[in-house]
Design a protein around this ligand. Structure first.
Ligand SMILES: O=C(O)C1=C[C@@H](OP(=O)(O)O)[C@@H](O)[C@H](O)C1
Ligand SMILES: C=C(OP(=O)(O)O)C(=O)O
Length: 431
């Protein structure tokens, strides 16, 4: 297996122009495909998750032109749902979506309402990530979806057809991506829809991204405090013409944390105080730990200060919260990361993986059902960090090199899911 050993880094500083947000890239590609008109997307993320979405759109007959650097894409919208006219084979069309939640979940809903016969397949881990809450909700609209292996999990066989809409309920307690999926397809159904939430909706800021982008494509959703959502049917998304993808706020977290731990200062550009991604509030958590944070319209800058552990609820920012776990190694006192049960159903069981690897570098860790309590050691130990095919495990543990101890990252190329160039960018900021 390939490994990467990072030698101790004595200081970090500089500026990073962030690659596009994964969450926005995959939403915008789907909305642009369904919209009327042509959409010119800039700062599109080039990573595995986005490639799976692009490949699926190609197979579904969507016409787009991608620049050589793969960060600009002009999409010719279908002015409605997907169709199978271009397919001659009567067998279901197989779409391979890797381990990309932002492709699997929204496409499940869009394809269930389209005139297509498809199977959605992916990597082994995708078959362990639940999708039952979404399939159950779509069943309320009479969608025809079968589990091909285990009930409640991909792979799926979808026999798409026109759906009438109407009232459905969806469980929001495991993933917000299920609600995102039904929201994005709802305006294209034959009638109006009402979606109510069962349980406590997790990862709420991702719903704000969904609603903001639907609005950008001309569709307004009414809701009362994220409990009931009303969507008018028989609409057509309208292309906004041009669409710039914000920088990825989750990817920003590693650089901002590095500055807080070891700066100098690091400035990330492509996101700022008006960004739509909830993960920008990672910078607030760093500030609460003691870092100096400056917010611009199109940048966030962090400067080193002494860090103290804090006890917080991170339900709103589960991805960036992982970066707090390794930042905790450099804080005085304990850090508690609360209300992140759904770490267990992401790229790996992130609560277990994080606890195991933090212990390898010397931390004392209490792993709860939905929290981690991390007590840093007096001195970090060198360790070979298993990354569990989880891009964020690899990126989070790069921060260990900001101590006077080296760190070895196993399978560093797993960052390809969202940030293929991560280790080069990290190196450029390091002295
Ligand atoms: O909608 C999105 O773009 C995402 C929502 C979050 O998932 P959950 O809603 O499953 O927490 C997040 O972890 C994921 O990386 C991206
Ligand atoms: C949970 C993540 O990905 P996905 O979109 O596949 O859910 C992530 O990027 O941390």
């Amino acid at each position: 297996m390939k490994t990467l050993t990072l030698a101790p880094i004595s200081a970090v500083s500089g500026e990073v122009h962030l690659p596009g947000s994964k969450s926005i890239s995959n939403r915008v590609l789907l909305l642009a495909a369904l919209a009327e008109g042509q959409t010119e997307i800039t700062n599109l993320l080039d990573s595995d998750d986005v490639r799976y979405m692009l490949n699926a759109l190609t197979a579904l007959g969507v016409d787009y032109q991608l620049s050589t650097c793969r960060t600009r894409c002009t999409v010719q919208g279908l002015a409605g749902l997907f169709k199978s006219d271009h397919l001659t084979d009567l067998k279901p069309l197989e779409l391979f979506l890797g381990n990309a939640g932002t492709a699997m979940r929204p496409l499940t809903a869009a394809l269930a309402a389209s005139d297509v016969n498809v199977t959605l397949v992916g990597e082994p881990r995708m078959y362990e990530r639940p999708i039952g809450h979404l399939v159950d909700a779509l069943a309320g609209w009479q969608a025809d979806i079968d589990y091909m292996q285990n009930s409640g999990f991909p792979p799926l066989h979808i026999k798409g057809k026109a759906l009438q809409g109407g009232k459905i309920a969806i469980d929001g307690s495991i993933s917000s991506q299920f609600l995102t999926a039904v929201l994005m397809v709802a305006p294209l159904l034959q009638g109006d829809s009402e979606i109510s939430i069962i349980g406590d909706l997790v990862s709420k800021p991702y719903i704000d991204i969904t609603l903001a982008l639907m609005q950008r494509f001309g569709v307004t959703v009414k809701h009362n405090n994220y409990q009931n959502f009303s969507i008018t049917g028989q609409q057509t998304y309208q292309s906004p013409g041009a669409c710039l993808v914000e920088g990825d706020a989750s990817s920003a977290s590693y650089f901002l944390a590095a500055a807080a731990i070891k700066g100098g200062s690091i400035k990330v550009t492509g996101i700022g105080k008006h960004a739509v991604q909830g993960d920008i509030y990672f910078a607030d958590a760093l500030a609460a730990m003691g870092a100096d944070v400056e917010w611009g319209d199109d940048y966030i800058q962090v400067t080193r200060n002494t860090l103290t552990g804090i006890d917080r609820d991170y339900n709103a920012i589960p991805d960036a919260a992982m970066t707090i776990a390794t930042t905790a190694l450099f804080a005085t006192g304990d850090t508690v990361i609360r209300n992140v049960y759904n770490w267990r159903v992401k790229e790996t069981d992130r609560l277990a993986a994080m606890a195991t690897e933090l212990r390898k570098v010397g931390a004392t860790v209490e792993e709860g059902h939905d929290y981690l309590k991390i007590s840093p050691p007096a001195k970090l130990k060198h360790a070979s960090i298993a990354t569990y095919n989880d891009h964020r495990m690899a990126m989070c543990f790069s921060l260990v090199a900001l101590s006077d101890t080296a760190v070895t990252i196993e399978d560093p190329d797993c960052t390809a899911k969202t940030f293929p160039d991560y280790f080069n960018v990290f190196k450029q900021l390091s002295r």
